[in-house]
Design a protein around this ligand. Structure first.
Ligand SMILES: Nc1ncnc2c1ncn2[C@@H]1O[C@H](COP(=O)(O)OP(=O)(O)O)[C@@H](O)[C@H]1O
Ligand SMILES: [Mg+2]
Length: 603
């Protein structure tokens, strides 16, 4: 049973608390199908979120099976299903795959046949069996709502909360969905609460709660609605509500409440007696008997005792972190390859960027050859001297420029990798987090996915460009260090932008900020123009591109370092310092990502 006692939810408006939900009290027994109706903006979604625990009540208490949700025991993720107003499935997956990933993420499955059985049962239950292979993208509105429901049913929740799952549907689909919800409430004692602003098909519900300006105006049988509001037709309820202030409705309801609750109770007993409603013994009673059972078995193993209690209350277990991680990673790759546009863009960048660098390195090559000759030659003629000095300077700027070019392009790739990675699917993640997916498993899957992109992009950049522009002396060590710094710059930008993407509210904000971040890398790096010292010392620690450039150059042989030193006024740091700084950037990006993921981001 779900019970609310004088529940309020307040926000601060102009420094004053304002109750969006005001002293809502209600009782909903197991196996009950309730509608929350009311005009747009009356607080239906807010009330539903307060019940789900997504909004913290500012006053009053909520009880689930007689336990205080705030103090004694919160909902288990598997116990509650919440179908939000927005779509929670990925367009690129099929119906079957969406339900499969929801199951793998939320239910500890025993084996493949267990998984298949679960998926088949849910497809059947929600009428999606014929659409199993269809991509989510092509589903109709009604089919998408069914899928949203199906994905919440994977844990067999005891409480199912639905927000406007019928809005925007044609009358027939609307009726079908209400019927489906009705059926779901007849099984396993599942309580279903459905928010809707539509006043059609109310007869299918066990009770209707009418909300007006955050206050309860009525909660009773659908048949009592017209009588209570003294109207001919349910459609006239909203105009009638507007005639009186919500405080008035609230106080008159408190006088009639007991009588209507008596009616609901009688109706419920009739349903149970006629066999139309089967309600298993109350959870608490089952748990109590399980507790007694565990008391008689040896209690050395608390895990085993927990298991008995859990099984008695029929809750599925949430899978472990690693299992969630691998499901999320597998899904991410699948979505990546299904999105042709994204694959094409990634390939184009992967191929074209190194070619671009190779084109620019062509002219540098000439000078580098001559530069090498100078060190190999034993005899110098006076006439050659000036030319060689000139080429010495050219080599400095060519090597510095090519390294910087690679670094900047890899920064760009990094920000392109991750700027939308979390922000673009934030609502889906929030929903999944609510369903028991751990932020660390989610972050791990992102790191593994992005890590593969980083390695492919950076290694290919290093190897491809090396074919056209070789480090002529002391090559091996120089090349390896250079490659390491290319990997690090790509990783630093990827993970810093991942952090941005996790902290920002929208994908647009996150993309914009990431673009600015990359845009400032080149001018602020000091590789092109030396900055005034005051500014330089402030900005430098934040400019990943500088550290990658500097580290790469520091690991070259002294002759090249000197040549570069001669052309730029910007000093470079020891490669070890660069390594530390870039590692810190990566760590900051990862920490920001984690902090952002832990935060609540529903609205
Ligand atoms: N976090 C919030 N901060 C400020 N106002 C809010 C917040 N959440 C909801 N509201 C406001 O509270 C009212 C009720 O919102 P909501 O519950 O979404 O209405 P409904 O679902 O009934 O259409 C609206 O006027 C909405 O703008
Ligand atoms: Mg709403």
């Amino acid at each position: 049973m779900l019970e609310l006692k004088d529940v309020c939810f307040a926000i601060q408006k102009d420094g004053e608390p304002l109750n969006l939900i005001d002293k809502v009290s209600l009782q909903v027994p197991r196996g009950h199908f309730m509608a929350i109706v009311g005009p747009s903006g009356c607080g239906k979604t807010t009330l539903l979120k307060t019940i789900a625990g997504l909004n913290e009540e500012s006053d009053g208490s909520l009880y689930w099976n007689n336990l205080n949700l705030a103090e004694e025991k919160d909902f288990e993720p598997a116990e509650i299903g919440y179908v939000p107003q927005f779509s929670i499935a990925y367009d690129q997956l099929t119906v079957d795959e969406s339900i499969e990933s929801a199951t793998r993420l939320r239910v500890k499955i025993k084996n493949y046949s267990d998984l298949d059985n679960r998926i088949d049962r849910i497809l059947e239950e929600t009428g999606l069996a014929d659409l199993a292979d269809r991509p989510v993208k092509v589903l109709s509105g009604g089919q998408k709502r069914r899928l949203g429901l199906a994905m919440e049913l994977v844990t067999g929740p005891h409480l199912l909360l639905c927000d406007e799952v019928t809005s925007g549907l044609d009358p027939r689909s609307e009726r079908d969905i209400v019927r489906l919800l009705h059926q779901l409430s007849r099984r396993d004692g599942r309580t279903v609460i459905s928010v809707t602003h539509s006043l059609a098909h109310l007869e299918l519900y066990d009770s209707i709660l009418v909300l007006h300006e955050g206050r309860v105006a009525y909660h009773g049988p659908p048949a009592g609605l017209t009588h209570y509001f003294s109207v001919e037709d349910t459609e006239e309820v909203y105009p009638q509500l507007a005639k009186q202030r919500s405080e008035k409705w609230q106080s008159s309801w408190s006088k009639h409440r007991e009588a209507y609750y008596g009616q609901l109770e009688r109706r419920r007993n009739e349903l149970i007696q006629s066999g139309d409603l089967s309600v298993p013994a109350d959870n608490t009673a089952v748990k109590e008997s399980a507790r007694k059972k565990t008391a008689t078995t040896p209690l050395e193993d608390p895990a085993a005792a927990q298991e008995i209690i859990r099984e008695a209350s029929e809750l599925v277990q949430t899978p472990g972190i690693f299992s969630q991680f691998s499901t999320l990673l597998g899904r991410r790759w699948k979505i990546f390859f299904r999105d042709r546009g994204q694959v094409f863009l990634q390939l184009a960048i992967l191929v074209c960027f190194p070619i671009l660098v190779a084109l620019f390195s062509d002219r540098g090559n000439e000078n580098i050859k001559r530069f090498s000759d100078r060190y190999e030659g034993t005899l110098q003629q006076i006439q050659e001297h000036t030319m060689v000095e000139k080429s010495y300077l050219s080599v400095g700027s060519a090597v510095s420029g090519i390294v910087m070019f690679q670094v900047v392009l890899l920064s760009l790739m990094g920000s392109n990798n991750s700027a939308r990675e979390i922000a673009g699917e934030r609502l889906i993640f929030e929903k999944e987090k609510f369903g028991g997916i751990r932020p660390i498993a989610y972050l791990g899957s992102k790191v593994a996915f992005l890590g593969s992109l980083i390695l492919i992009q950076s290694l290919w950049m290093a190897i491809f460009v090396q074919q056209f522009w070789k480090f002529p002396d002391g090559a091996e060590a120089g090349f390896l260090d250079h490659t390491l710094f290319l990997v690090l710059i790509n990783a630093a930008m990827t993970f810093v932008c991942l952090g941005i993407s996790s902290l920002m509210k929208t994908a647009e904000q996150s993309s914009l900020l990431s673009i600015y971040l990359v845009g400032f890398q080149l001018p602020l790096s000091g590789a092109v123009l030396a900055l005034p010292e005051g500014i330089e010392s402030i900005t430098r620690p934040f400019i990943s591109a500088y550290w990658a450039w500097s580290g790469s150059i520091d690991s070259m042989s002294p002759s090249y370092r000197n040549a570069i030193d001669a052309v730029t006024e910007t000093s470079f740091q020891s490669s070890n310092a660069c390594l530390y700084l870039l590692t810190i950037h990566i760590a900051i990006g990862l920490i920001a990502s984690y902090v952002g993921l832990k935060r609540h981001h529903w609205d």
